[in-house]
Design a protein around this ligand. Sequence first.
Ligand code: GTQ
Ligand code: FE2
Length: 377
Amino acid sequence: MTIESDAGTRQAEADPSKAQLTNASLELTPELADLYRRFDEANLSPLWTQTSNVLTFHPMSKAVPFRWRWADLYPLAERSGELVPVGRGGERRAIALANPGLGGEPYATPTLWAAIQYLGARETAPEHRHAQNAFRFVVEGEGVWTVVNGDPVAMRRGDFLLTAGWNFHGHHNDTDQPMAWLDGLDVPLSDYIDIGFFEYGTERVTDESSPELSRSERLWAYPGLRPLSGLDEKVSSPIAAYRWEYTDRALTEQLRLEDEGHPATVSQGHAAIRYVNPTNGGDVMPTMRAEFHRLRAGATTRPTYEVGSSVWQAFDGEGAMIVDGVRHQLDKGDLVVVPSWVPWSIEADSTFDLFRFSDAPVIERLGFARTRVLDHP
Ligand code: GTQ
Ligand code: FE2
């Protein structure tokens, strides 16, 4: 739902001190103080005294907009590689982005986990499975195979790889070079709603081969074609890897079509794709949406407010994200968190490529989706 006016935002803008409901004028008599003490003893808490965000005129996330630089993350991941073995128990050498507004929890946003994961030369991260959904996005490097349900899936720059919930998975580095990538999971959401299950699998990955293409891609990854052996709807996409070759080509062609006068881009000079589940045309997983954006040099997007939170990663080129009026110039691998209802826009200095993931499928399924796009840049 795109709305051009928004009652909540207008009320809050008219009186910013009233960004949430209060009843400050009530006088605290001894009788009232006694009532509050009795509430407390009975484990009760009246609505009218709330200072946290029970009913706000618009989303007011505890998460804050924030940027992490790849140039800071990578050396710390590398140092972890020297000091911290990867193996059973710790499971993964993954370092989570901890949003400064979320009280030290390892959460990028209230719903999304984002981490840099590092695997040294010839190392293996053991197999396990969990209810939480996961994906990998590769901003640089290659040489790791993630083995999902016994199917080895190559990881290379620009690839987007799925590990939907409850599939066994382990990772092995088949080269003499380390590799680091971005993990996204619905861990914070799973924490609030108590859906977590976990099981250990084998210490070595169940298939140590390193094929170019996974079995999943050989069966599923052809545009517009489905195997008749798999016509049932699956809640998560059966495609284990969305290859950079296709993402890049789709974006290139959107911009070419725009040049040729055919409608193809989301806005002037802004090409974008969503990764989808071919069995239902929806998002790749029930809890997370993933997209890739490409802006032409000089292109900008209009400031946009969205319900739900996102994490962006710069992939290539020069440009900036403006989040709540703060400009973040981004280099390859830099990550930016956009909390719910915080306005963001992008400005491209050169052709500028960015990956994004969000909790949009949850927000949409629950009927809470709203978007507000400002007219002016
Ligand atoms: O690679 O299996 O960042 O289970 C967090 C939890 C990665 C993984 C994370 C995980 C994984
Ligand atoms: Fe995992």
